[in-house]
Write a protein of this length. Structure first.
Length: 255
């Protein structure tokens, strides 16, 4: 880790420490049953031997849904590029779809696949996050310089497949990475909320939060919130590293 990377992490670490200190200060002046301190919350979480299984199951659901959305989005992108009329005709449809809160889709989705609870949560996350991912893809297609497209089209004698291979694929990668990052976060939110509202017969971090929502289990609930935050930071760091390897020709922010 060079000096520039160390300077990049110093503000983040300072921010985390400030939040922990503020949390501890609030817990000292409020009822400890409602706002327990960070040490007590972490101890309550460690005492629960099954929280890792709950977290992994929820992350797996969100990851599977994100991969499905990404594959569907990339296939749709190819269709949009080769048939621009479909892209124009789908603007209002995607806008309408994006405006529907995924929470209201929980009853119909679970009624459709009631016998397959695990698949129902993944399907709900896919339906709710697909238009979000497509918004990034459409923005990426519109951001490609027309001069670059026309230059490659002229050099390839009008071969659209060559244009797609040499221009669109490379230009769209940053938007795909941003779309996947947003999609995963959105899928995780949908999965956890569905586990909290609908319940699950198997492990799930949302179910654990719902069960720990009572006053007597508030330290565990706060610990789970911290666990979700740590998991989100870890996923973001992993996506940052992946993006730096795939989009190596772009400068990182702050470099």
């Amino acid at each position: 880790m060079d000096l520039r990377q160390r300077r990049y992490f110093i503000p983040e670490i300072a921010g985390v420490l400030a939040v922990i200190c503020a949390w501890q200060a609030v817990s000292l002046v409020t009822n400890p049953l409602t706002v327990p301190g960070p040490v007590r919350s972490i101890h309550a979480l460690i005492d629960n031997n099954f929280f890792w299984l709950d977290l992994l199951c929820s992350l797996a659901r969100a990851l599977i849904a994100s991969i499905i959305v990404t594959v569907l989005g990339l296939l749709t992108m190819r269709v949009f590029f080769y048939v621009p009329a479909i892209a124009s005709a789908s603007n209002w449809t995607l806008g309408f779809w994006r405006s529907v809160p995924p929470v209201v889709l929980i009853p119909p989705v679970f009624l459709l696949v009631a016998e397959r609870e695990y698949s129902a949560r993944i399907l709900l996350a896919v339906v709710g996050s697909y238009p979000i991912f497509m918004a990034n893809i459409v923005s990426g297609l519109k951001a490609i310089p027309p001069s670059r497209l026309e230059t490659v089209r002229l050099l390839s004698r009008g071969d659209n497949s060559a244009v797609f291979e040499h221009v669109v694929k490379k230009e769209i990668i940053p938007y795909v990475m941003v779309g996947f990052r947003i999609t995963f976060a959105f899928c995780l939110i949908i999965v956890v909320v569905s586990e909290m509202l609908w319940g699950t017969s198997g492990p799930g971090i949302g179910t654990r939060v719902r069960d720990a929502s009572g006053i007597s289990e508030s330290p565990q609930a706060w610990g789970i919130i911290c666990l979700l935050g740590v998991a989100g930071v870890g996923v973001n760091l992993l996506l940052d590293w992946t993006e730096s390897k795939l989009v190596f020709w772009t400068e990182r922010e702050g470099s």
